[in-house]
Structures are given as C-alpha cells and as structure tokens.
Design a protein around this ligand. Sequence first.
Ligand SMILES: NC(=O)C1=CN([C@@H]2O[C@H](COP(=O)(O)OP(=O)(O)OC[C@H]3O[C@@H](n4cnc5c(N)ncnc54)[C@H](OP(=O)(O)O)[C@@H]3O)[C@@H](O)[C@H]2O)C=CC1
Ligand SMILES: CC(=O)N[C@@H](CCC(=O)OP(=O)(O)O)C(=O)O
Length: 333
Amino acid sequence: MIRAGIIGGTGYTGGELLRILSKHPEVEVVAVTSRREKGRKIHEVHPHLKGFYEIEFIEPDIDRLSECDVVFTAVPHGEAMRYVPELYESGLKVVDLSADYRLRKDKYEEAYGKTHEAYIEAVYGLTELHREEIAKARLVANPGCYPTGAILAAAPLAELELIERVIFDSKSGISGAGVSPTEFTHYPNLHEAIVPYKITDHRHYYEMEQELGRFQEDVRISFTPQVFPGSRGILTNAHIFLKGELEQDELEKIYRKFYDCSYFIRFQKAVRLSYVRGSNFADISINRGADRAVVVSAIDNLVKGASGQAVQNMNVMFGLDEWAGLDFPPLFP
Ligand SMILES: NC(=O)C1=CN([C@@H]2O[C@H](COP(=O)(O)OP(=O)(O)OC[C@H]3O[C@@H](n4cnc5c(N)ncnc54)[C@H](OP(=O)(O)O)[C@@H]3O)[C@@H](O)[C@H]2O)C=CC1
Ligand SMILES: CC(=O)N[C@@H](CCC(=O)OP(=O)(O)O)C(=O)O
C-alpha cells in the first residue's frame, strides 16, 4: 500500500482527498494535519466521513510525515512553499494543490506580485497534457480549478495552432473560495446572484497562457471568472475564434484524437455541471457557430479541479492505472 499524508486536512480539498482516498485500493492515509484541530478525529471535523477513518489530525510537522510515500499539500498558496522544499528534499513524492509551483518562476512573481523564495521546478499536473513527465516526477503542481476546465477546452486546437483568439467565460461554485467564510461567500451576497470578479485580471490567466502557449506561442487569451450560488462545479464557455475554416465534424475529430486515451474526458451533446458532480470527469461539448466555435467544459472543481486530479496524478507517479480509486460515476441530480 502507498502511505499518503495530507497537509491541510480540514479544508475543502483536504476533505475531498480524504473522501476519495478512503476507497482507493492501493492507498492508506497515515497522516493528516491540522493546526487548529490537532488531536481530534477526522469525523469530528468532517462528519460525512464518519466510519471511514480512525486516525487523528496531527500538527503539520515534516518529521511526522516522514513515514509517507506521498504527501498532498492542500494549503493556501504562499503557505505550501513552507513545506514543499523540505518534503521534496526528503525524497518523498509531493502533489501540491496550491498555486506555488504551477508557474515558471518569473511568471509566478509577475502573477503573485512577490519573489518566490523557495522555488523548485515542478511538472504541471494537468494529467491529460503531461502524463509522461508526471510519471517521472517527484513534485507535481496540481492545476488551478479554472485553468483545468479552460485548458482542456482549448488544448486540442492550440496544439494545431488553430486559435486566433480564445475567450474563457467561467462560472464556479463557491467551494472554490475555500472553507473560511468571507464577505464574498456570505449567503445574502451570493444567493440568487451570479457574481463576476477579477473580471480582467484573475491570476489564473497566467496558467492558461503558460500551458496553451506551450502549444501555440501566439495564442491570445481573455478570461473572466464568475461565481454562482452553488457549492461545486465549474462551467466554462470557451469562445474560440479560429484560424481558417473548420467544420463541426473536423473539430470533433481533432478533439477525439487529442483525448484518445483519456478516461476522464467525455464528449457530450449537452454539458451540465450536474453530469459531473462528485466525479473526476471533464465533460466537453463542441459547437461550431458562424463566427466561432464554442467549446463548453464542465468539471467538479473539488474533484477534477483539485483533489481528484491530485489522485489521478499520484496514480501516474506510482505507475498505477490513472483511474484507480477514481472510477466512480457522478452524483445526479
Ligand atoms: N477549493 C477549490 O476548489 C480549489 C482549491 N485549490 C487550492 O488548494 C489549496 C487548498 O484549498 P482549499 O482546500 O479550498 O482551502 P481551505 O481554505 O478550505 O483549506 C486550507 C487548509 O489549509 C490549512 N492551512 C492553512 N494555512 C496553513 C499553514 N500555514 N500550514 C499548515 N496548514 C495550513 C488549514 O487547516 P488548519 O487551519 O486546520 O491547519 C485549512 O483548513 C489552496 O491552495 C487552493 O487554492 C485548487 C483547486 C481548487
Ligand atoms: C470561487 C473562487 O474564489 N475561486 C478561487 C480559485 C480556486 C483555485 O483553484 O485556486 P488556486 O489557484 O489558489 O488553487 C479564486 O478565484 O481565487
């Protein structure tokens, strides 16, 4: 069995890692940290996991994680870099869910407006794009939730350098903002609303630019995030203005070929968040219009957008089937 540790086990992605790993056939979770809840049982913080774990939260102390084969860092960006270098140097495999290692150093510093004091080169963990490098990696930087849905929607066309311009219009459930309540997440502020924010300057733009730019250097990207009053899911409408003429069937062929061996990519006529909820699937629909193609993607932000993809990456790093412990259907309705 692979012995797994989680730093940040009381948060939403930490809780989701615990849920997924509880049924993983090759993994035992041996250490889960919390500064606030140390000494308490897992189900005292995550009542939905009652009956699945006996262990208690421990202090985030690297020595206590040394018995692990893999550690997931599920803490806010800026905090993961306190732990990742030491974990990495101790020879463990690390999957970091934060933004600390996703970007090249200069881009990180531009996007986050500060010097990265603990930089290590990592593999960007969008599994469908980087499987071979992930298989050899000891540090995988799990992608942001918005970039996961957006990049998956545009990568097949970027690979062929067919994008004139792409506009990502994305709507996220509020669990993307983490477990701590804020004015932004406060019920009356969000209820019956769809709230655009960071309309022209969200930091996830840099991940989209970096990853699509690997395929097509001159790709032009715009991105606007919004939140809706639901817990889970990110729906992205990718408005793709194409270079040259491409019919619907040609577009479909390009996407099917690109995602040929990708278990978690499903092509659907209609894409709904409710068809992927609770699962690691990314559903995609392709719609050719007169002036552009609109590729719609749907993911669960806590699963394919975070903890599910982190487990998918761990599977690849340990040579397991990519879908091990993740081949469960979505929760509908
Ligand atoms: N929510 C989402 O949809 C997604 C989140 N992510 C990223 O994953 C990471 C975790 O997100 P999420 O679970 O939502 O965050 P939460 O805010 O829900 O939880 C983070 C947890 O980290 C712990 N923590 C905070 N600071 C530290 C620290 N310095 N040392 C140790 N533990 C710390 C806290 O636990 P305690 O106080 O008990 O120690 C807290 O419960 C973030 O970087 C986030 O951006 C990525 C993709 C999607
Ligand atoms: C709804 C909401 O607030 N979403 C978060 C993104 C969640 C995520 O993926 O953030 P990381 O890059 O930090 O991992 C935001 O806009 O900042």
